[in-house]
Design a binder for this molecule. Structure first.
Ligand code: HEC
Length: 190
């Protein structure tokens, strides 16, 4: 009888001791850092810079090509209004606008170009943002619209660093096309 109770008592004592430590002796969560000895000196440990060395295997092996990313950069010729490479960009989507394009347009473009693209967003008149519904804007190639999103033009800043995914930029292009198509409907039409 005595021997069989001993482990139970030991367990009980141990668990009570545990409760005591964590629920009574730890005054506040702010002090928990000091309670975990291997944790509180991590902050003073040496920083590791895994990408500081060249020659670790993130380089593309010779003779291979990346299948994602690696978009060509035509910012230099875009900056001098040479639109050849821009215009040559083929829209890789089916051209049908998605909710994603809608969201991105209203996040990044509508403030100047307006909810429907008429150039009447709250900031539009202050920076003379043009309407995107003019024959000129309709006449731009998809690649041109993609490039203006990626690199900006004149006083319109670039959005390539905010809309970083290529497919997202194409969705913005598709959404602008939808606004243009909607504006082309005869007045009073559905
Ligand atoms: C801060 C205001 C502002 C924002 C935000 C903005 N634009 Fe612009 N946008 C302009 C201005 C100003 C111009 C005229 C630039 C110039 O004179 O070259 C312009 C020009 C354009 C043009 C060319 C219109 C034409 O008739 O030549 C297109 C297309 C365009 N923007 C699309 C967009 C898209 C798509 C977005 C969102 C990714 C966007 N803009 C965000 C201010 C803005």
């Amino acid at each position: 009888m005595r021997r069989s109770r001993l482990p139970v008592l030991v367990l009980l004592a141990a668990s009570l001791a545990g409760c005591n430590t964590w629920y009574n002796d730890v005054p506040s969560p702010d002090n928990l850092l000091a309670q975990v000895p291997w944790f509180d000196h991590m902050i003073a440990s040496r920083a590791v810079w895994p990408y500081s060395r060249l020659g670790i295997p993130r380089n593309t092996p010779p003779g291979t090509v990346p299948v994602t990313g690696g978009e060509v950069d035509w910012s230099a010729e875009w900056a001098v209004a040479n639109t050849a490479t821009a215009d040559a960009q083929a829209n890789p989507t089916d051209g049908i606008p998605t909710a994603r394009g809608d969201t991105l347009y209203h996040t990044f473009c509508g403030v100047c170009h307006g909810v429907a693209g008429a150039g009447d967003g709250p900031v539009g008149p202050k920076v003379a943002a043009p309407s995107l519904l003019t024959p000129r804007a309709v006449g731009y190639t998809d690649g041109y619209l993609y490039s203006i999103v990626r690199y900006g033009r004149g006083i319109m800043g670039k959005y390539g660093d905010k809309i970083t995914r290529q497919d997202d930029r194409w969705q913005v292009v598709n959404y602008v096309r939808q606004l243009q198509a909607g504006a082309a409907q005869p007045a009073g039409g559905q």
